[in-house]
Design a protein around this ligand. Structure first.
Ligand code: 5GP
Length: 204
């Protein structure tokens, strides 16, 4: 049995994670996306169950009580969480899945992996950093989806998040999305070649 990879991609809001993921998925259509749950409202262009499972606070709490989340975190006064099923069903079936989650969530998965050898074998931690904080601010403003208050909040958090990059196995500096997408693609292809991912019975 060959397991897929769970690619845990973190980095400050506005760094370009979503664009990066769509670019890579154009090249690797079989790469699946872990649709997170959130209590925030959809932005224009976002579709329920495609970009997020948009939940009320009560619905989120119910899933939390039932132990459905592999990780969950409060980000920008909203709740976000990854359903265990979104990840483990896919990797067990040999499919690769990418998670766009914040550092709190990624660190929870790191911790969980210490006690869960299957999770440890499939989880790959990748941090995406901006070339500088000034460039991040420019991109956040350019996106035009957040209020001034939200932009300040996100920039403040970005500083804290950036300090976590050493806790990840790989660092991508997103100078240019096309190049960074090629780097990420290379990593994902490399993960598939890991000897630990190959079937035990090979050559026996
Ligand atoms: P946004 O609201 O801009 O879509 O996402 C805000 C932040 O929440 C991003 O840094 C994103 O990576 C993070 N995020 C999205 N889904 C999850 C999740 O399921 N768990 C955690 N911990 N963070 C998430």
């Amino acid at each position: 049995m060959i397991f897929g990879s769970a690619i845990i991609l973190s980095g400050p809001s506005g760094v370009g994670k979503s664009t990066l993921i769509s670019r890579v998925r154009q090249e690797l259509p079989e790469l699946e996306f872990s649709v997170s749950c959130t209590t925030r409202s959809p932005r224009p262009g976002e579709t329920n169950h495609v970009h997020y499972h948009f939940l009320s606070d009560e619905e989120f709490s119910l899933r939390l009580e039932k132990g459905k989340f592999i990780e969950h975190a409060g980000v920008f006064a909203r709740r976000y969480g990854t359903l265990r099923q979104e990840v483990m069903d896919r990797v067990s079936a040999g499919r690769d899945v990418v998670l766009d989650i914040d550092v709190q969530g990624a660190m929870q998965i790191r911790e969980a992996a210490r006690k869960d050898p299957q999770l440890a074998a499939v989880a790959e931690f990748v941090f995406v950093a901006p070339p500088s904080l000034e460039e991040l601010e420019r991109r956040l403003r350019g996106r035009g989806t957040e209020s001034e208050e939200q932009i300040r909040l996100r920039l403040g958090l970005a500083r804290q998040e950036l300090s976590f990059w050493r806790h990840y196995d790989y660092l991508l500096i997103n100078h240019d999305v096309a190049n960074t997408a090629v780097e990420l693609l290379g990593l994902i292809r490399g993960f598939r070649l890991k000897s630990s991912r190959q079937p035990e019975e090979l050559f026996s």
